[in-house]
Design a protein. Structure first.
Length: 70
C-alpha cells in the first residue's frame, strides 16, 4: 500500500533520474535522491514544478517515487 502526496521539485538529476523534493506542507525540509519514473520526460522536470509522489512507507519518506508532474 502507498499514499500519494503533492510536492515541489527542487532539483532533478538526469544522470541518475532522481529528484530533490519538498513535500507539500513541509516548508523547511527536503528529500533528496528520490527515484523518478522513467515514463516522465526529463524536459518536464524543471525546478519549482509540482509533482505527484508515491510514498511507500509513511515512516520513511525516502522510500518514494515521483510518478507524475502537473
Amino acid at each position: 500500500m502507498f499514499i500519494v502526496e503533492r510536492g515541489t521539485l527542487l532539483a532533478f538529476s538526469s544522470g541518475t533520474y532522481t529528484a530533490t523534493l519538498q513535500i507539500a506542507g513541509s516548508l523547511s525540509s527536503s528529500i533528496a535522491a528520490v527515484p523518478v519514473s522513467r515514463g516522465i520526460d526529463a524536459a518536464e522536470l524543471t525546478a519549482s514544478r509540482r509533482v505527484a509522489v508515491a510514498i511507500f512507507d509513511a515512516g520513511n519518506p525516502v522510500d518514494a517515487m515521483v510518478i507524475g508532474v502537473h
